[in-house]
Design a protein around this ligand. Structure first.
Ligand SMILES: Nc1ncnc2c1ncn2[C@@H]1O[C@H](COP(=O)(O)OP(=O)(O)O)[C@@H](O)[C@H]1O
Ligand code: SF4
Ligand SMILES: [Mg+2]
Length: 388
């Protein structure tokens, strides 16, 4: 991923390119941004009757999702469970971006599906503004489903190919009709397209007529259409070319303040999350192994897994390249159907001792200033860069 400044320039370039596909210019260009955001959202962020800044918006407590492993075609027997999510604790405050990072298969998407109520937890709780989502029904559940939106990883699979872009963006208003009166829906849809950097005249086009980056912009417009408070971004840039990744991240950052959003930003690459997150949680085999501010996790990682992940992040500063602490991880990620006893990282950890096989380390601060799930947590500088 490119650095901040080149990313911003690239974003402006792509926005220009998006609009310029047919040489058309946006008739909404130059519209006052705050006016657009107010009319597209129907309310400014400040005018919402919501929890004050800094207050916990989403609290995940001991969250578990175990999928049954079955055998047999006619008579299915459960022969085990895939512990996709196995005890996750995480808090997201209003206006905050929490980065969730970990290798493929560690349970990130399952956490995101649980958060948007596409899956039901096996155990644990998700509290939204203090209320247990599992106990919500009727109006409260409907409001929750509107306020917590998701952007998916694959912009090719997440948009219905038979629907026009306009129908995709406005689809949610069929259920949440109060957000957009029928009369003004076309204009609102076009305002949203304009806001995410697409030509509003493309409202009748189909997803296949757009590039990957543009499709992800459509996904963002679809989420914004419902005036959400939280957007779960499940690897929103992982499927995009590196040159386009920064543009989409910049767009998400741009709309965050304007729409009063909080993000859970998921990625498998620490460098992507570093750009956007206030706090970072590192996940391994179904649970969080380290959590702290971006400065803590990048500047003084104290869990061996975080240290190994950081050591594999490419450095853009040529003069620093030789100074990186290289840690090569041995072995593969164990199966979540049969995780190791004690510390789940022990089969790949160079610091493992007997206690690591016997006792699962709690995610607590052992003197490093932030939480780490390691019996022998020890801050180590892996990447010699100014994390600010
Ligand atoms: N519906 C499901 N049924 C069975 N296993 C699943 C299901 N969804 C995910 N898994 C398994 O759960 C684990 C975590 O998957 P996922 O949450 O998609 O990880 P990530 O998003 O971090 O790559 C994987 O081993 C995956 O195969
Ligand atoms: S608890 Fe033990 S095995 Fe786990 S990360 Fe720490 S040292 Fe390694
Ligand atoms: Mg995933």
């Amino acid at each position: 991923m490119s650095d901040d400044s080149s990313g911003s320039i690239a974003a402006r370039n792509e926005r220009g390119a998006d609009r310029g596909v047919d040489g058309g210019t946006s008739r909404l260009r130059g519209t006052d941004r705050s006016a657009v955001s107010e009319s597209t959202t129907g309310a400014t962020a400040a005018s919402r009757t919501a929890s004050p800044p800094g207050e916990a918006l989403l609290e995940i407590r001991g969250l578990k999702k175990h999928f049954p492993l079955t055998q047999g075609i006619v008579f299915k027997r459960t022969v085990g469970h895939v512990r996709a999510v196995d005890g996750v604790d995480l808090t997201m405050r209003r206006g905050e971006t929490v980065g969730l990072v970990g290798e493929s298969g560690c349970g990130k998407s399952t956490v995101s599906k649980l958060l948007v109520a596409l899956e039901r937890p096996t155990d644990g709780q998700i509290l939204y503004k203090g209320r247990d989502v599992a106990r919500m029904s009727g109006r409260a559940l409907k409001a929750y489903r509107r306020e917590v939106q998701i952007i998916f990883q694959d912009p090719y699979a997440s948009l219905n190919p038979r629907m026009t872009v306009g129908d995709i963006v406005s689809e949610g208003w069929a259920v949440h009709a109060d957000i957009a009166p029928k009369k003004g829906r076309l204009q609102r849809t076009q305002e949203l397209l304009d806001r995410v950097g697409l030509n509003p005249d493309y409202v009748n086009r189909y997803p296949h007529q757009f590039s990957g980056g543009q499709r992800q912009r459509i996904g963002i417009a679809r989420a914004l259409a419902l005036r959400p408070e939280v957007i779960v971004c499940d690897e929103p840039v992982s499927a995009l070319d590196v040159s386009v990744q920064a543009q989409v991240v910049n767009l998400l950052e741009d709309v965050q303040d304007e729409f009063g959003l909080s993000y859970l930003f998921i990625a498998h690459d620490l460098s992507v999350v570093r750009h956007i997150s206030d706090r970072v949680a590192v996940m391994y085999l179904g649970s969080i192994v380290e959590e702290g501010t971006d400065a803590q996790v990048y500047g003084s990682p104290s869990h061996p897994y975080t240290q190994a992940l950081l050591s594999s992040v490419p450095l853009h500063e040529p003069h620093l390249r030789g100074q990186k602490d290289r840690i090569l991880l041995q072995g593969d990620v164990p199966s979540p159907a049969d995780p190791p006893s004690g510390c789940r990282f022990r089969t790949r950890c160079w610091k493992a001792q007997d206690i690591c096989a016997q006792e699962a380390p709690a995610l607590v601060d052992r003197g490093q200033g932030h939480a780490s799930a390691c019996h022998f947590a020890e801050a180590r500088t892996v990447v010699p860069v100014d994390v600010e």
